[in-house]
Design a protein around this ligand. Structure first.
Ligand code: F6P
Length: 364
């Protein structure tokens, strides 16, 4: 054990995600089992660090939360110590609050910070590390797009929820002989849609990495109809776009580092498919349902393994690293290497081959 570690801070950053509480629990229980280590949890991600809002985490505080969705600490996908929004004369101004944030950590007396989050959180963690804060990361996101790890916790749960939604949508598709589009999250990566589409038996899967061709989709749907399969299921990523076309932006969140919120491509596509095929279609946007509720058993176990690994890194003084999964082994990767990078679906990915081999159209 590193002799220097007496007090550790922990925060959850970015969007909420099933399994966050399982990580908080694992890090805390694992660390406080060692004499003298105290754990505190910052509220609302980096905002709690900036505003010095935190609470002590002990065995009781983290008992009974393993299966709870969300995060008991709260989170923020806007807070950034290097770009902190301050209101002055009725307008928002952005200031670099990083020096004060580091001072806050000294005042509070934390020797290390565990950051649980996705690419945005790791990018901020990297900058804080460069200012001297010892940090360990844990990879979170339903999008599964974080560079440096095979799987993030939360992904399995989101895939399961979206696959179940596709199963349920099948009922109406079959009964009404309709084309049903199911829009999933995932931002600029297609992992969630690909996983859910394969698990749900979608006929067409549209992901951001492969720009679609409307005519190809229409042909596939008509071909099924001619063969007597009078319905089709299309799983579409919120980040999918037509060849040479634009993303469908649902809203712009001005005070967020990643300002674009995607959504609505399935609605556009639904009416285009009706126009081209003459078949009736409907679109369902799954939205935040995919992030809500209890984590799957797989995510609970993965989150626990990540949390225990992060605690271990803290104890050993292995800072500047994020816990990662390679194959079925927990390992770690330098946060410096990740900071802000994402992982997209490649054309030669085995999930793509599996989709093609089982007759799924990718819209091209
Ligand atoms: O990164 C997780 C995620 O759920 C994305 O899949 C989605 O694009 C985005 O967050 C939605 O963000 P918000 O909760 O701010 O609407």
């Amino acid at each position: 054990m590193s002799a220097h570690v007496k007090r550790v801070g922990l925060l959850t950053g970015g969007g909420d995600c099933p399994g966050l509480n399982a990580v908080i629990r694992a890090v805390t229980k694992s660390l406080i089992s060692y004499d003298g280590i105290q754990v505190i949890g910052f509220e609302d991600g980096f905002l709690g660090l900036i505003e010095k809002r935190y609470k002590p985490l002990d065995w009781d505080a983290v008992s009974g939360i393993l299966q709870q969705g969300g995060t008991i600490l709260g989170t923020s996908n806007k807070a950034d110590p290097f770009h902190h929004a301050v209101e002055k004369d009725g307008a928002l101004h952005y200031v670099d609050y990083s020096e004060q944030t580091i001072d806050n950590c000294r005042d509070i007396g934390i020797d290390a910070l565990v950051c649980i989050g996705g690419d945005g959180t790791m990018a901020i963690a990297k900058e804080l590390m460069n200012k001297g804060l010892p940090i360990v990361g844990v990879p979170k996101t339903i999008d599964n797009d974080l560079y440096g790890t095979d799987v993030t916790f939360g992904y399995d749960t989101a895939v399961s929820i979206a696959a179940e939604a596709i199963d349920r949508i099948h009922t109406t598709a079959q009964s009404h002989h309709r084309i049903m589009l199911v829009e999933t999250m995932g931002r600029y990566a297609g992992w969630l849609t690909l996983g859910a589409g394969l698990a749900g038996g979608a006929d067409v899967i549209l992901i951001p990495e492969i720009e679609y061709d409307l005519d190809v989709i229409a042909e596939r749907v008509k071909e099924r109809s001619h063969k007597g399969r009078r319905f089709s299921i299309i799983a579409v990523s919120e980040g999918a776009k037509p060849r040479g076309g634009e993303l469908t932006v649902q809203r712009i969140v001005e005070d967020s580092p990643d300002k674009l919120r995607l959504g609505g491509v399935s609605i556009k596509l639904c009416s285009q498919i009706e126009d081209v095929t003459g078949l009736e279609a409907r679109a369902t946007i799954l939205g935040h349902l995919q992030r809500g509720g209890t984590p799957t058993a797989f995510d609970r176990v993965l989150a626990t393994r990540y949390g225990v690994a992060a605690a271990d890194m803290v104890r050993r003084g292995h800072f500047g690293r994020m816990a990662a999964l390679r194959g079925n082994e927990i390992t770690s990767v330098a946060i410096e290497e990740i900071g802000g990078r994402t992982r997209k679906v490649q054309r030669d990915d085995q999930l793509i081959s599996a989709a093609l081999a089982t007759g799924v159209s990718l819209g091209v």
